[in-house]
Ligand binder design. Structure first.
Ligand code: SF4
Length: 471
């Protein structure tokens, strides 16, 4: 069942991929390569991808999560999940070289799953194979699919197969949707907690600020439509309601496995999102067309919301040159909103891959002279910082650090941009507020730079770019 030598996480990615294939995971590795294409950079620098799957599981009610991987990886992942406020225990099945190569680890996982699968406590138990157990072929597919009514979901989420933590969210969401779709095909399933919607609904793909689905629901109402569940869901039965929606909106465009499940259920997919004036107009048109809503209904929905969005954008203009990068999957949407607010956006980098669901956003941005970089690496983002010398840099932690060294005001994308509404009227005002507050810091940064001597600070950033490029 196993190789006689355990692959180590110090091996190269190619070696680990090869080991996983030799251990019987060819199909999984090839599916990941198709779902989450690499390039131009083979893997953006970000946290352990498995964090995405772990976070999705930890946020669900009545769901237990077990990690199978090296102790150092598990330590890092549990530390990060508690740092981000997970109030759940993360299960761990430890191993050593012997239990890995003899198959004892799989037996230990199986035993742990049986102990944990209590239907009074859980709807589902998720087991995540990290790099080493995946490369060793620990066969989670051989676990029972269900124990006393508790679903057992085993997934492989290796760093050498899933490039970003964003896409790892899709690995678990897709596996859960596949499971729920099979259940729904076999017979009646649990109804939503709040009862079934009387109006046809749109499932929303991608984690978003809690007020956004509410705003989307208000925008859909004149067309006789409702907002469905957000996927990844917060509880198991929402998966059925999501799959029952005739249309899924790929608000975040990287949910490839989840979209495959919606399409297998016969659902239509609509890309982009109701962001800013133009984005909202196009999105309402696309949703209306997907539901065959009469023109008058679509026009009524647009007339209700578009003038208000225009007004909000005009009341809160953003003036300044901005570069933006992140790994959430919403970077292009944020850039659109900034451009519509009047900002001079020069560069958008996203760690996520190019998919057809963000093509409209990409076209719109490029038509306005914005450089769009998919699978952006730190080197791409730093080079943009150096080339465009923005008045504000929005990005990941290392970008924010470099920007500050260059006396450029900076905002951390995940904490400060993702944590506020983006859609419709609420999005138009909220983003401008935080961006303008940061832009107003320019004079303070100039003062600090003059005080501390500009020379070394600038050379530090340039040196960092040179060092990374040489790696
Ligand atoms: S599971 Fe893989 S990618 Fe994640 S921390 Fe461990 S070695 Fe790195």
């Amino acid at each position: 069942m196993y190789d006689d030598t355990a692959p180590s996480c110090h091996g190269g990615k190619a070696e680990l991929r090869q080991a996983a294939k030799a251990a019987g995971l060819t199909e999984t590795i090839e599916r990941y390569a198709a779902d989450y294409p690499m390039g131009p950079h083979d893997q953006p620098q970000s946290m352990c991808p498995a964090f995405g799957s772990l976070r999705v599981g930890l946020r669900m009610r009545r769901t237990a999560t077990i990690l199978s991987g090296s102790a150092c990886c598990v330590y890092g992942l549990t530390f990060t999940s508690h740092f981000y406020g997970a109030r759940r225990t993360v299960g761990y099945v430890p191993f050593n070289s012997e239990s890995l190569v003899t198959g004892k680890l799989f037996e230990d996982i199986r035993e742990a799953v049986f102990k944990l699968a209590d239907p009074a406590l859980y709807d589902a138990v998720v087991i995540i194979n990290l790099c080493v157990p995946t490369a060793s072929g620990v066969p989670l597919r051989l676990l029972p699919k269900e124990i006393d009514g508790v679903r057992i979901i085993g997934i492989d989420v290796p760093g050498f197969g899933v490039p970003t933590h964003a896409e790892a969210k899709d690995v678990l969401a897709g596996a859960m949707l596949a499971y729920a779709r099979r259940e729904a095909e076999q017979g009646p399933v649990q109804a939503p907690r709040a009862g079934r919607s009387e109006r046809p609904a749109v499932a929303l793909l991608g984690e978003m600020f809690p007020a956004d689905p509410v705003g989307i629901a208000m925008m859909l109402e004149p067309m006789g439509l409702a907002a469905g569940p957000v996927v990844p869901t917060r509880e198991w039965r929402e998966l059925y309601s999501a799959l029952a929606c005739p249309v899924a909106a790929a608000i975040h465009p990287f949910y490839t496995a989840s979209i495959r499940e919606f399409e297998a259920a016969g659902r239509a997919i609509v890309g982009s999102a109701p962001v800013g004036h133009d984005g909202t107009a196009d999105w309402l048109d696309a949703i209306g067309a997907a539901f065959a809503v009469p023109r008058a209904g679509i026009d009524a929905a647009k007339a209700k919301v578009l003038p208000a969005i225009r007004g909000a954008l005009e009341r809160a203009p953003v003036k300044g040159r901005i570069t933006l990068s992140g790994y959430e999957g919403s970077e292009l949407l944020v850039a659109r909103l900034l451009v519509e607010s009047g900002a001079d956006v020069r560069y958008v980098g996203t760690a996520c891959p190019r998919t057809r669901w963000s093509e409209a956003d990409r076209d719109w941005l490029q038509a306005r002279g914005v450089m769009v970089q998919y699978r952006a690496s730190l080197e791409h983002d730093l080079a943009a910082l150096k080339e465009f010398r923005p008045d504000l840099a929005i990005g990941t932690t290392p970008i924010v650090q470099r920007a500050k060294e260059m006396a450029i005001p900076a905002l951390y994308f995940t904490n400060l941009i993702s944590a506020r509404p983006l859609m419709g009227i609420a999005g138009a005002g909220a983003l401008a507020q935080v961006v303008n507050a940061a832009l107003s810091n320019t004079a303070r940064f100039d003062e600090m730079r003059d005080f501390f001597d500009p020379g070394p600070a600038q050379s530090l950033a340039d040196q960092a770019i040179g060092e990374r490029a040489a790696c």
